[in-house]
Design a protein around this ligand. Structure first.
Ligand code: GDP
Length: 590
């Protein structure tokens, strides 16, 4: 029988040779033949190792010790006899400007109870609507994924979180790179797709051309004998939107989405951020059971005693059932996007579970490119105007007016001051209460915080800023606004490589070689792969080699080898062009 070798996801060449009982030089030689120049101390991944083992004709099977962390998998249904039909969770994806935002707005407006605003505007990553269907009111949960090109990893995770992906394609423009990306993500996540052919009101709209393009992507439309549903809509006129919602519900019914409402909740973290006055806060999606105020929740290596539960619209609720997105405060630190959560009996158990998870941190998946934390920070700030809630108190009306007016001059298209309370005189208990529910900063101009309220302010971690000079107050507000600015994504083009040979292709890596036809290449970096001028993938370059030597940079005109890290199997062909670039997130100031 084949020998089984337990390994982590990576293993050093030396250790593998030892386990296989062969000289390390033999292993290195075989790796070399496969286009990999490695030393005895370097690590190779399990897939590569297995290929080499097979090529050497050795009888050994590698068994991964720790499962690779996959994107979150949802619990779509429940076998429990008490399970009931639950609302579907939908993501709307598509190419930029194809009308994703307009369509979502239209869907919200076409529905009753789009949610009363609680007066607190913040970025929401999920919300629910109630649709008047022929068989009564039906609830649908929508997940909002960021459209910016830097957030592909988050969009991909978004696809995993949903029951159905609605792919929006402008019928006058047809399939574009982000449409292909959305199709790829939905396929990878094993989620059904529904195509909304938008902008049907426009003159150039051509649904047949779109259907043709879909067919080319192996999404054969229903009326052409396939099983892809294509719904013509116009987010502008509203035509077809009700039919689209009905179709979403119909497809959800076919999926048999069920959940048990009673019992402790389980679900997933879909966003987390620091909220003024509330500390680490997460938007979670309940999958099974009911989440209640006071519950102890563990999500990976962090836990919470649920202090407040709010709907995405800001309404306070005591509990949240299946398919409901809810904002939870009370976390000790920020839980990571995509982490599953569950409810445990008490704080002791919550703490020990979180500590245990923290020890096996390394096993946790990372989003590619910039760190997950950076992306989340940026994500929660993209799309919308970010507002800074403030409460202003001043000694006299004249000063109050000038402070409030001056604060408004700081507003830009991206960030703005929102004065949610103001008045003449010292801060009152009411001001503090308002600050703690809205996360507002309390600005005082020539006024005090009465000593009787200091303890309350400290307990709720309120930001109380008292100034005697208006410019200092404005500087402070400016700094706070700067912190809300979405970081700039700086893309720097490095150079281009023409692929002449492909050495190795595994599920996680492609090694190929070629000539640098423009610029200088460096690693680590990002790489867009083009075939016949069409972009087919965007991956990371992790290693460069000139001859047998690993290098950090190669120049125009040189021949080199490059190792690309991929998340799904990628086929590169001779003649493809690789465009190297770097992507950085840079903090901005006003
Ligand atoms: P997103 O980038 O996919 O979110 O796209 P938006 O919703 O921001 O829409 C991009 C542009 O297309 C905006 O100018 C919209 O007004 C316009 N648009 C969206 N849907 C329609 C539609 O159905 N018909 C027409 N004529 N224009 C639309």
């Amino acid at each position: 029988m084949a020998k089984e070798i337990q390994i982590d996801s990576m293993i050093t060449v030396g250790t593998l040779a030892e386990k296989l009982d062969i000289p390390a030089t033999k292993l290195i030689g075989e790796l070399f033949k496969n286009g990999m120049m490695v030393t005895v101390n370097e690590k190779i991944d399990a897939d590569t190792a297995q290929i080499i083992i097979d090529e050497l004709g050795l009888e050994a099977t590698l068994v991964a010790k720790s499962e690779e962390v996959e994107a979150p998998k949802r619990q779509k249904t429940s076998d429990d006899p008490n399970a009931k039909t639950r609302p579907p969770v939908i993501a709307v994806m598509g190419h930029v400007d194809h009308g994703k935002t307009s369509l979502l707005d239209r869907i919200r407006n076409a529905s009753v109870a789009a949610g009363e605003s609680g007066g607190i505007t913040q970025h929401i990553s999920a919300y629910q609507i109630t649709h008047k269907a022929s068989d009564g009111d039906r609830v649908i949960t929508f997940l909002d994924t960021p459209g910016h090109e830097a957030f592909a990893a988050l969009r991909e995770h978004g696809a995993y979180l949903t029951d159905l992906v609605v792919i929006v394609v402008a019928a006058d423009d047809g399939i574009k790179p982000q449409t292909l990306e959305a199709i790829r993500f939905a396929r990878k996540a094993g989620v059904k797709m529904l195509v909304a052919a938008n902008k049907m009101d426009k003159e150039g709209a051509d649904i047949n051309r779109l259907k043709q393009q879909l067919a080319e992507q192996e999404l054969l439309p229903e009326d052409w004998g396939g099983d892809t549903v294509v719904m013509p809509v116009s987010a502008k006129t509203g035509d077809g939107v009700n039919e689209l919602i009905d179709m979403i519900l119909l497809m959800a019914d076919v999926e048999g989405l069920r959940a048990v409402e009673s019992g402790p909740a389980t679900g997933l973290v879909i966003e987390s951020h620091m909220e003024q006055g509330k500390g680490p806060t997460a938007v979670v999606l309940v999958e099974q059971g009911t989440l209640k105020q006071g519950d102890f929740v563990v999500a990976g290596d962090v836990y919470a005693k649920v202090r407040t539960l709010n709907t995405p619209e800001g309404k306070s609720v005591g509990e949240a059932g299946p398919s409901t997105p809810v904002i939870v405060s009370g976390f000790k630190a920020l839980p990571e996007f995509g982490t599953p959560f569950d409810v445990v009996a008490n704080e002791k158990e919550a703490r020990s579970r979180a500590e245990e998870a923290s020890k096996s941190q390394d096993a946790r998946g990372k989003l590619s490119g910039a760190s997950a934390g950076d992306l989340l920070k940026a994500m929660s700030r993209t799309n919308e105007l970010q507002e800074l809630n403030v409460i202003v108190k001043a000694d006299v009306q004249g000063s109050l007016t000038s402070v409030v007016d001056s604060l408004k001059t700081l507003n830009t298209e991206e960030v703005a001051i929102k004065v949610i309370g103001s008045g003449v005189g010292s801060f009152t208990e009411n001001d503090l209460y308002l600050a703690s529910t809205s996360g507002a900063i309390l600005y005082g101009f020539h006024v005090d915080l009465p000593s009787g309220l200091r303890q309350l302010a400290a307990r709720d971690n309120l930001k109380v800023r008292i100034y005697k000079v208006i410019y200092e107050l404005l500087d402070d507000a400016k700094n706070e606004l700067s912190a809300l600015l979405a970081p700039e994504v700086v893309i720097t083009d490095l150079g281009r490589l023409k692929v002449k040979q492909v050495f190795k292709t595994t599920r996680t890596e492609v090694i190929c070689g070629g000539e640098v036809t423009k610029g200088n290449l460096a690693v680590p970096s990002n790489v867009k792969i083009y075939r016949d001028k069409e972009e087919i993938a965007d991956v990371e370059a992790v290693r460069l080699q000139r001859g047998p030597q690993e290098v950090k940079e190669v120049m125009e005109g040189e021949l080199c080898g490059v190792s690309l890290k991929t998340e799904s199997k990628l086929e590169i062909l001779e003649g493809d062009t690789l465009e190297f670039y770097t992507k950085e997130l840079k903090e901005r100031t006003l």
